[in-house]
Design a binder for this molecule. Structure first.
Ligand SMILES: Cc1cc2nc3c(=O)[nH]c(=O)nc-3n(C[C@H](O)[C@H](O)[C@H](O)COP(=O)(O)OP(=O)(O)OC[C@H]3O[C@@H](n4cnc5c(N)ncnc54)[C@H](O)[C@@H]3O)c2cc1C
Length: 280
């Protein structure tokens, strides 16, 4: 299908992008990799009157270790993240779609899009990451736990641009990401991200987040509470993973009904935890 008509503006700085968003009003949209927005426009599910192309804004595509955290520019493509040392996010990015999408799609676009079936949102949530947004009133940092507000809705104001993603370095943790999809390049029917730290044979910290189990990515708090402090054994993992669907509200869709998604969450959670414990 062909998109509705729109004005196109290319900007070369964050300040210009914010100014263009303000001038364009609620119908203006930023364009990063275009691999979520353009398909929606072609299906006429989105019809922005103005596209503000931020793909050429310098300094926003890069990954840098800054003390105990990673700083990831909003325009960093999935392929670069997949090849990086950023724990958990590297293995999650590698599961996204195909090389073409991974070379164009950006972490900022993925988070700002707010699709609960996207892979990076749950991973950033599992790591207790945050995003840095720029708007007319300056810069603010939003915790991932407060960022995803509803289906394809985030805490970003219409005139704010997401510029950076920050996640803790998580040294000493093991990671797992298990994704169930119908074809290799598809979005997740369900996926589970896990990060676990083991000391003296016990799981001293456990982070688990779920993709596509509600209208936003979710932390699996019951699993985390059940495994934290327990021995890092197959039995303890299996028991904790049984709680993966607690507190979820998965929508039925063409791929799976809610019961099947809950079953997937439990199975994938066990596999993700086993993978996360493998280094220990
Ligand atoms: C065939 C195909 C398969 C895919 N499979 C997967 C998959 O398996 N898993 C997965 O997670 N994703 C998948 N995707 C989506 C892909 O990862 C997208 O690239 C990504 O979700 C959005 O990033 P983008 O840079 O393309 O954003 P865009 O499409 O440019 O933008 C998406 C939305 O975010 C807004 N936006 C973009 N950047 C910013 C910013 N810096 N600040 C504020 N708002 C911003 C835009 O205005 C728009 O509303 C797939 C896409 C395709 C086409």
């Amino acid at each position: 299908m062909i998109t509705a008509e729109f004005d196109y503006q290319r900007v070369s700085s964050v300040a210009d992008a914010v100014a263009a968003l303000q001038a364009g009003g609620e119908d203006a949209k930023l364009l990063a990799g275009g691999h979520s927005l353009v398909p929606l426009m072609k299906l006429r599910l989105a019809a922005p009157s103005r596209l503000i192309d931020i793909s050429g804004v310098p300094g926003l595509a890069g990954i840098e270790r800054d003390g105990a955290q990673w700083r990831i520019g909003a325009l960093t493509p999935h392929a670069r993240l997949a090849a990086s040392d950023v724990g958990l996010l590297n293995r999650v990015a590698a599961t996204i779609a195909d090389p073409q999408v991974r070379n164009r799609g950006t972490i900022g676009g993925s988070l700002a899009h707010g699709d609960p079936a996207s892979d990076l949102p749950a991973a950033v949530l599992a790591l207790d990451g945050s995003v840095v947004a720029h708007g007319p009133d300056g810069e603010r940092t939003i915790a991932a736990s407060a960022f995803f507000s509803d289906y394809m809705e985030t805490a970003l104001a219409p005139d704010e641009m997401l510029c950076e993603v920050r996640v803790p370095a998580m040294d000493g943790y093991g990671f797992g990401y298990e994704k169930f999809h119908r074809r290799a390049e598809d979005w997740a029917v369900v996926a589970v991200a896990a990060a676990v730290k083991v000391l003296d044979g016990a799981c001293v910290d456990v982070r688990v987040a779920l993709t596509n189990m509600a209208s936003t990515p979710l932390r699996a708090g019951a699993v985390e509470a059940a495994l934290r402090g327990q021995p890092a054994t197959a039995e303890a993992v299996a028991a904790a993973a049984q709680r993966a669907a607690e507190g979820t509200d998965p929508p039925a869709d063409l791929d799976a009904d809610a019961d099947y998604k809950c079953h997937l969450a439990r199975v994938l959670c066990e596999r993700a935890l086993v993978a996360a414990l493998a280094p220990a």
